[in-house]
Design a protein around this ligand. Structure first.
Ligand SMILES: NC(=O)c1ccc[n+]([C@@H]2O[C@H](COP(=O)([O-])OP(=O)(O)OC[C@H]3O[C@@H](n4cnc5c(N)ncnc54)[C@H](OP(=O)(O)O)[C@@H]3O)[C@@H](O)[C@H]2O)c1
Length: 278
C-alpha cells in the first residue's frame, strides 16, 4: 500500500470549493499535492498559504485554463517534465449552470463550454498523463462528476440547437461517467484504476451559491472531501475500477452510461476533437 507521504496527487480546480478543501486536507496529511488552477496569482498565493499553514513543503502549483485544449496539452507536458511520479489524478475542475436563459458559450476551440471544460479537458489531460500514471502505478484516476446527469444527444452534442445551461452541465457530467467506464475497460489488467463520483449534493461552494438554479447549500464541502478522499486513498478500493459512487456508496448513473454504443460514439468524438493518443 502506498503511504500518504509517497502519494503524489494532482487536483484540478484546486483554487476554490471542493478542490481547495481536498488539497488542504491532503497537504495536512503529508502528501505531495500538485495544485491546478487558471489564475496564476490565486494559485501561487494558495500554494504559499498551504506550505505555511500545513508545514508541508511538497506543494506545487500549475496553471492552465481548461477552456483551451492547447493549454491542457501544455499543462500535461509541464507536469510530465517536472514530476517524476503521479499516483492520483483528480479531474475536479468544473463550471456549473448559471441561470435559465443563460446564453450558450464556447471554448477557445469553439466547443460548447460545459462539454469543453467539464469533460473534454479532463479526457485530454488524463490521456496525456497516462504514461506517467502507468509508470507510477498503483495509480488512481478520479473524475468528479455529479448526480445531475442527462443523456448525450450525439446528433447535437454541442447543443447548437435548443441550448439549455442545465442540460449542458448534465450532459458534460454524464460524459465524464461514460469516459470513466470506457477507460476502466481499456486499463483492465494494469494497476491504474479509474472511478467517478457525485461528491455530495449542493455543497456550499461558489458553484452552488452563485447559481440561480439552486435554493442554497444542502451539504458541506467537508462531506464532499470525505467522499473524494475515499476514492483517492481508500484501501477498500485498491484494484476497484469503473465504478460510480454517490458519496461513499456505489450509485446508479443514467442508463446511457451502460451503453457500449454511446461510449464508443463519445470515445470516437473525443479522440477526434483532442487528437489524444496514449
Ligand atoms: N458543489 C456541488 O454541490 C457539486 C455537486 C456535484 C458535483 N460537483 C462537482 O464538483 C467539482 C468542484 O465543484 P465546486 O462546487 O467545488 O466548484 P467551485 O467552487 O466553483 O470550484 C471550481 C474550480 O474549478 C476551477 N475552474 C473552473 N473553470 C476552469 C477553467 N476553465 N480552467 C481551469 N480551472 C477552472 C475554478 O477556478 P477559479 O478558482 O479560478 O474559479 C475552481 O478552482 C465540479 O466538477 C462540480 O461539477 C459539485
Amino acid at each position: 500500500m502506498t503511504s500518504i507521504e509517497q502519494q503524489v496527487i494532482l487536483v484540478t480546480g484546486a483554487t476554490d470549493g471542493l478542490g481547495r478543501e481536498v488539497a488542504t486536507s491532503l497537504a495536512r496529511q503529508g502528501a505531495t499535492v500538485l495544485l491546478h488552477g487558471r489564475n496564476q496569482d490565486k494559485g501561487a498565493t494558495l500554494a504559499d498559504d498551504l506550505r505555511h499553514s500545513t508545514g508541508n513543503s511538497k506543494i506545487r502549483y500549475y496553471n492552465a485554463d481548461l477552456n483551451s485544449l492547447s493549454e491542457v496539452r501544455q499543462l500535461a507536458a509541464t507536469i510530465r517534465a517536472a514530476e517524476p511520479r503521479l499516483t492520483v489524478l483528480a479531474n475536479n475542475a468544473g463550471i456549473g449552470p448559471v441561470a435559465p436563459q443563460a446564453p450558450r458559450r464556447t471554448s477557445a476551440d469553439g466547443h460548447e463550454l460545459f462539454f469543453a471544460v467539464n469533460y473534454l479537458a479532463g479526457y485530454l489531460l488524463t490521456h496525456a498523463l497516462l504514461p506517467l500514471l502507468r509508470a507510477s502505478a498503483p495509480a488512481r484516476i478520479i473524475n468528479v462528476a455529479s448526480i445531475g446527469q442527462q443523456a448525450l444527444a450525439f446528433d447535437d452534442v454541442m447543443l447548437i440547437r435548443d441550448y439549455d445551461d442545465a442540460r449542458a452541465y448534465r450532459q458534460s457530467k454524464l460524459a465524464q461517467i461514460l469516459f470513466t467506464f470506457d477507460l476502466a475497460e481499456q486499463l483492465h489488467g494494469t494497476s491504474v484504476t479509474v472511478n467517478c463520483l457525485h461528491p455530495a449534493t449542493l455543497m456550499n461552494t461558489r458553484m452552488v451559491l452563485d447559481s440561480a438554479y439552486f435554493p442554497g447549500a444542502k451539504s458541506t464541502i467537508a462531506e464532499g472531501v470525505t467522499a473524494l478522499e475515499h476514492l483517492m486513498l481508500g484501501t477498500d478500493l485498491a484494484g476497484v475500477s469503473g465504478q460510480y459512487f454517490e458519496g461513499l456508496e456505489p450509485g446508479r448513473p443514467n442508463e446511457q452510461a451502460q451503453s457500449p454504443d454511446a461510449r464508443r460514439q463519445l470515445r470516437d468524438l473525443s479522440a477526434r476533437l483532442t487528437q489524444a493518443t496514449s
